[in-house]
Write a protein that binds this ligand. Structure first.
Ligand SMILES: CNc1nc2cc3c(=O)[nH]c(N)nc3c(CCc3ccccc3)c2[nH]1
Length: 374
């Protein structure tokens, strides 16, 4: 009897929200989970053990970036991504299609896959569903995403339908290419733009493939929050509730809270890391832009009650100075604070769901943001 080496268990529910655990050989992912983005095999400005200490159970790698530099074959020759970046825990990699469409020049998409020019050296690459899964396997990725076509919003129904159907055909090809990789998983990605009937059809067809998890794609591409939330509400009833749901690219703390409420289990966003490098901090009092002169002589730490040294030790005046001086330590401390806050937010949501008091907790969290910094 082969014990399944990749399992997801829902432990508690509170309305549509749920807590769960994804268990795999490299570790356990506690859901709802926020997954820091480590695009080029590093969570920018953070040490791996710092990321782990904050409570992150999984980080994201990027097929598009790593295939161009240093190349998937070189990472494989060097022992795989976990060894390469000293992150022995779970890694989820995107398939690369989204980054091709948002980063590369001269790209062409057709039934076979995506052809594009590297944004680094202009070299031409072909990414097929099979090649994307091969690259993710060479990297040693624990959770591999199907190759899909994410359309820019707004778009016509015809455009959304064409991309959704292509993505479904690519999901099947990825499933075949992935084969049986014990302890690893391949997730399908629901597409369909803002068209509810397309979203439902995509979710139903993907559910028939009996994959180990499902992402909601094609969102967090500039649409208003109410459109994003409506798409989640539309598609959630058609996504198997015994499988993890991953909302790609989301989001702000408010986006995450509202999506957890609607049954989403996994999130990724460059917001906390990228914003941190630009002086924008996230706290339980809401967000602050530390470039702002009002902080120049503010002796308070970001949050005296936070467990994180970046948040409870350094004065806002000092952080303001570091940001204005474009000092590396500024990027490090604000990234550290932001990731600490995001993980604290997720831990609070998991606890509230486990105790059946999510709605009250969400009220308290939003009150803290509204109060602003006291
Ligand atoms: C910011 N908003 C955003 N919306 C997205 C939609 C899709 C989508 O429909 N399909 C795929 N494949 N990826 C998407 C991503 C990238 C997420 C990511 C980045 C880095 C590493 C690992 C994963 C998105 N990101």
């Amino acid at each position: 009897m082969t014990t399944d080496q990749f399992t997801f268990t829902v432990t508690k529910t509170d309305g549509a929200a749920r807590t769960g655990e994804i268990r795999m050989p490299r570790g356990v992912i506690r859901t709802p989970a926020f997954m820091p983005v480590g695009t080029a095999a590093t969570v920018k400005a953070m040490y791996p053990d710092q990321v782990k200490a904050l409570g992150a159970d999984v980080v994201l790698g990027n097929t598009y970036h790593l295939m161009l530099r240093p190349s998937a074959e070189r990472v494989a020759r060097l022992g795989g991504l976990h060894k390469f970046m000293n992150w022995p825990y779970p890694i989820l990699t995107d398939s690369g299609g989204f980054q091709v469409m948002s980063l590369s020049a001269l790209r062409k998409i057709d039934e076979s896959g995506v052809t594009f020019q590297s944004h680094i050296d202009g070299s031409t690459h072909v990414m097929t569903p099979e090649r994307s899964i091969e690259i993710q396997g060479l990297l040693g990725s624990d959770i591999q995403m199907q190759l899909d076509e994410c359309v820019k919003l707004p778009c016509t129904e015809a455009v959304a339908e064409k991309a959704m159907r292509l993505s479904l055909r690519w999901a099947e090809r990825c499933r075949v290419a992935f084969g049986e990789q014990p302890g690893r998983a391949m997730f399908g990605i629901v597409q369909g733009g803002e068209v509810e009937r397309l979203r439902i059809e995509s979710a139903k067809e993907l559910a028939n493939l009996d994959l180990k998890g499902y992402a909601i794609g094609g969102l967090a591409v500039g649409e208003p929050q109410d459109v994003m939330l409506r798409m989640i509400e539309t598609v959630e009833p058609y996504m198997p509730n015994t499988k993890p749901r991953y909302l790609m690219g989301v989001g702000t703390p408010d986006d995450i809270v509202e999506s957890v409420r609607r049954g989403v289990d996994m999130f990724d966003c460059v917001m906390p890391t990228r914003a941190g490098r630009h002086g924008l901090v996230f706290t339980r009092f809401g967000r602050m832009n530390l470039r702002n002169a009002r902080f120049a002589e503010d002796t308070r730490p970001l949050d005296a009650e936070s467990k994180c040294a970046a948040s409870n030790t350094y004065s806002r005046a000092y952080l303001h100075h570091l940001v204005r001086s474009n000092e590396i330590l500024g990027m490090m401390l604000l990234t550290w604070n932001n990731l600490a806050y995001y993980q604290e937010l997720m831990a609070g949501l998991r606890k509230a769901i486990a105790e059946g008091r999510l709605e009250d907790h969400i009220g308290e969290v939003k009150e803290g943001w509204a109060k602003g910094e006291h």
